[in-house]
Design a protein around this ligand. Sequence first.
Ligand code: GGG
Length: 354
Amino acid sequence: MSHYRIAVIPGDGIGQEVIPEGIKMVEAAAKPFDVTFEWVEFDWSCERYHREGAMMPEDGIEQLAKFDAIYLGAVGYPGVPDHVSLWGLLLPIRRQFDQYVSLRPVRLFDGIACPLAHKEPGDIDFYVVRENVEGEYSAIGGIQFEGTEREIVTQQNIFTRTGTDRILKYAFELAMKREKKHVTSATKSNGIYHSMPYWDKRFANMANHYPEIQTDQYHIDILTANFVLKPEHFDVVVGSNLFGDILSDLGPACTGTIAIAPSANINPERQFPSMFEPVHGSAPDIAGLGIANPIGAIWSAAMMVQHLGHDDIHDVMMGAVESTLKAGKALTKDMGGNANMQEMMAELMAHMPS
Ligand code: GGG
């Protein structure tokens, strides 16, 4: 018998709607197996910020450290500046727990109308591996002469050798397990003078250790064009924090909707808990309407149980997602259907093995 304690942070907006549905799916899928979960909810959010002046308590990280994993919904809501909400909750968790890998699968499912012409399921099936704790996401810099004509703003990017090498290694190791064995690196080394040529150099060095892997390097601008023009080319795409963030919204958009996209913020050494969250944000425009697509949250929960060692539960959950999408009877609006979230959930549950 395995038992896991999961910290649950629904967060803001539709995060509060989709996370309970992800939990229901895990509970239903885990039933036949000898696995139980304790879900401990934290109300850390922009609402809390308004109430208490902080997104989470001072000892928030200490509290989370005791859990086996963290399951998070979305962060950010109008009324709190986005950089305040992100740096008050999501980014400290990623950084304090050294979750340096953000793993974001991109896949075209059978039953979903692909916005790109002539693409079949199987044509789009790749991973974005995003460096998750350094790079362009830095609070180093500042403003001088603020409020005057001479205002100067500086922002520093951080690329350490350890940080760069370990994310590249993760990407190559992932590619080694895949059929295509192909890694693409995203940079912009013609315009960004120091950090991106450095990343290129470390990438070439890492590639030397993996002669079985085919590699290519693209500047981010033409890479985004190729995501749209020939997504079937890609297998594992590795990029810095910012580029990985952009690519992992664009990739799922090419498969029809970003609402299904999951992410795992992983500390591969397992010194700290890893965190699982849908790629989508809090979507204030549809929050409270009951029409959010729960699949990004469900797929993220499936990645969480897989990370905890339960491929069987993961496969049951993903089987229900695949067959629900293929049947196409209860699709939410973002997928061209008119089902609400509960109608889609009923269909997902009906596709679980009895
Ligand atoms: N569910 C993820 C979420 O709330 N994302 C909001 C966001 O802006 N995230 C930025 C990031 O992932 O770096």
